[in-house]
Design a protein around this ligand. Structure first.
Ligand code: URP
Ligand code: ZN
Ligand code: ZN
Length: 459
C-alpha cells in the first residue's frame, strides 16, 4: 500500500514546513515538495497540520483496581485513542505481590494481543523487587519492557518501601532502564484518611482534602533523592501541583536526571470540580485535582522543560456500578478517570490555541519526548524518512465539543463535558494504514502491534 499526503503543514518537535509525504507500506519513504509518485491513496492535507501520531505513555486498560476493573479494554481504549490522534500507548502491566515479574507481563500480553487499534508497549508495575529479581528485570528489558513503575502510595496493594525502590532503581539504572514513580507519601495519607472517615467526612471531595500537595512533594523529593543515591534516572508520573514541580525543578537545576509528566486533568480541572455531592466521584483520581493556581505553574513547567511529557493516566471507571462502590465512603471509590481520547485536542487548545506553548513544543510534549524517554525514537515520535508512518492530519480551523454523547471511550461520563476545544483530529495513519478517516474509525481490531522498546534515554 502506497500513500501520498499532499500539501500539509508538517510540524515535528523541531520542523515546520509545507511538503508532501510518500509512505510505502508502514514507513515514511520520501518527504519533498510537489512529489510526483504514483500512490494507491492520495490525501489532500492543504490547510491542515500534519503531525506525528500522539504517544500516551500512561494508560490503564482492563486494570483490576479498587474492587473492579477499568472499563476500557485494549480494544475500546485503543480505538478511542486513535480517534483522538494517539497512535501509541504504553500501558502498565501489573506484577501482583508475590508474583514473578514475567508472569505480570504475560497477563498483559494476553489482554492486549490481537485486540488493539494502534501500537502498544508495556511498563511493569513492580510490587516486589529483591536482588534476585534483577535477572528477571533484565530478561524483560531484552523483551522490550524497559520501564517499571513503583508506588510510594496505596499501602498493602502497590506500595514499595524505600529499600525496594533503591534496589529497583540501581538495577534499572545499570542497564538503561527507567523507574517511573508514583510519588506520594501513602503512609501518612492513610493516617489522614482514617481521621477523615472517623469524623464522618466521606464525600468524594475528601479524597482531595486527605491528599495534601506536601505529601506529593515529599514523595517526589524522596524519589529523586533515592535515584541520586542509586545513580539512576527517575521519571515522576502524573505530577499534579507546583509543590511537587518545585522538587523536580530544583533537581534538574542541579543537573540530576529527573524527569516528569503531567496530565490534562491537572492543567484544566481543579479541586472545585468535586463539589459537595457524589458527582465529584468522577474526579476521584490519584493524585487528586488541585487548587487552580497550580495550572499556570504546570504550563510554565511544560514550556521550560521542567515537565517533559503530557500523558493521560487514562483509568476509566463508570459512575454506575463502579464509582458507586464508594457511595458511602470516598475511600472505596475506584481511583482513576478517562482521558485517552481527549489529550491531543485539549493540549492543542490550551497550549497552542491559547498561546501558552509553541506548535513544536505541542508535538514534543504529546509525542516526541515520550518516544525518546521510553526507547521508541526515531521509529516513533517524529515524521522523518525511515520512521513509522504514524501520522495525524489535524484541522486547526475547526472546533469540537467534548462530551460523553460523542466520545468513544467505554465510560459513562466525560471529565470535560461541554468543553469546546479548537482543533479536530481528522485523519489518522498507524504504520501507514488509515485507521481514522474524516473522523470515522476505519481500522480493525488487531491492527496494533506490541512494541519492543529500547533503552530509556531521557530527553
Ligand atoms: O487514580 C489513578 N491515578 N489511577 C490509576 C493508578 C495510578 O496511580 O496511576
Ligand atoms: Zn500512579
Ligand atoms: Zn496511572
Amino acid at each position: 500500500m502506497k500513500t501520498l499526503i499532499k500539501n500539509g503543514r508538517i510540524v515535528t518537535a523541531v520542523d515546520d514546513y509545507t511538503a508532501d509525504i510518500f509512505i510505502d507500506g508502514e514507513i515514511v519513504m520520501t518527504i519533498g515538495r510537489s512529489l510526483d509518485i504514483a500512490a494507491d491513496t492520495v490525501i489532500d492535507a492543504t490547510g491542515k497540520l500534519v503531525i506525528p501520531g500522539g504517544i500516551d505513555p500512561h494508560t490503564h486498560m482492563e486494570l483490576p483496581f479498587g474492587g473492579t476493573e477499568s472499563s476500557d479494554d485494549f480494544e475500546t481504549g485503543t480505538r478511542a485513542a486513535a480517534y483522538g490522534g494517539t497512535t501509541t500507548i504504553i500501558d502498565f502491566a501489573v506484577q501482583t505481590k508475590g508474583e514473578s515479574m514475567i508472569a505480570g507481563v504475560d497477563k498483559w500480553h494476553a489482554k492486549a494481543e490481537g485486540k488493539t487499534a494502534i501500537d502498544y508497549g508495556f511498563h511493569l508495575i513492580t510490587t516486589d523487587f529483591e536482588d534476585k529479581h534483577t535477572e528477571e528485570m533484565y530478561t524483560l528489558m531484552d523483551e522490550g519492557i524497559t520501564s517499571f513503575k513503583l508506588f510510594m502510595a496505596y499501602p498493602g496493594v502497590f506500595l514499595a518501601d524505600d529499600a525496594t525502590i533503591f534496589r529497583a532503581m540501581s538495577a534499572a539504572g545499570e542497564r538503561g532502564g527507567l523507574i517511573c514513580m508514583h510519588a506520594e507519601n501513602g503512609i501518612v495519607i492513610d493516617e489522614i484518611i482514617k481521621r477523615a472517615l472517623a469524623d464522618g467526612r466521606t464525600a468524594p471531595k475528601y479524597h482531595a482534602l486527605t491528599r495534601p500537595t506536601i505529601a506529593e512533594a515529599e514523595g517526589v523529593h524522596r524519589a529523586i533523592a533515592i535515584a541520586e543515591m542509586a545513580e539512576s534516572p527517575v521519571y515522576i508520573v502524573h505530577l499534579s501541583c507546583n509543590d511537587a514541580l518545585n522538587q523536580v525543578r530544583e533537581a534538574r537545576d542541579r543537573g540530576i536526571p529527573a524527569f516528569a509528566e503531567t496530565c490534562p486533568q491537572y492543567l484544566f480541572l481543579s479541586i472545585d470540580d468535586y463539589g459537595d455531592d457524589f458527582e465529584g466521584a468522577k474526579y476521584v483520581m490519584t493524585p487528586p485535582l488541585r487548587e487552580k493556581h497550580n495550572h499556570s505553574e504546570l504550563w510554565k513547567g511544560l514550556k521550560m522543560d521542567d515537565l517533559q511529557v503530557v500523558s493521560t493516566d487514562h483509568c476509566p471507571f463508570c459512575m454506575k456500578e463502579q464509582k458507586e462502590l464508594g457511595k458511602n465512603s470516598f475511600a472505596e471509590i475506584p481511583n482513576g478517570a478517562p482521558g485517552v481520547e481527549n489529550r491531543m485536542s485539549l493540549i492543542y487548545n490550551g497550549g497552542v490555541h491559547e498561546n501558552r506553548i509553541s506548535l513544536n513544543r505541542f508535538v514534543e510534549i504529546t509525542s516526541t519526548a515520550a518516544a525518546k524517554m521510553f526507547g521508541l525514537f526515531p521509529r516513533k515520535g517524529t515524521i522523518a524518512v525511515g520512521s513509522d508512518a504514524d501520522i495525524v492530519i489535524f484541522d486547526p480551523n475547526r472546533s469540537q465539543t467534548l462530551s460523553v454523547e460523542t466520545h468513544h471511550m467505554n465510560v459513562d461520563y466525560n471529565a470535560y463535558e461541554g468543553k469546546i476545544v479548537q482543533g479536530v483530529v481528522e485523519t489518522v495513519l498507524s504504520r501507514g494504514k488509515v485507521v481514522v478517516k474524516d473522523e470515522e474509525y476505519v481500522g480493525e481490531k488487531g491492527d496494533g502491534r506490541f512494541l519492543k522498546r529500547g533503552e530509556c534515554v531521557g530527553v
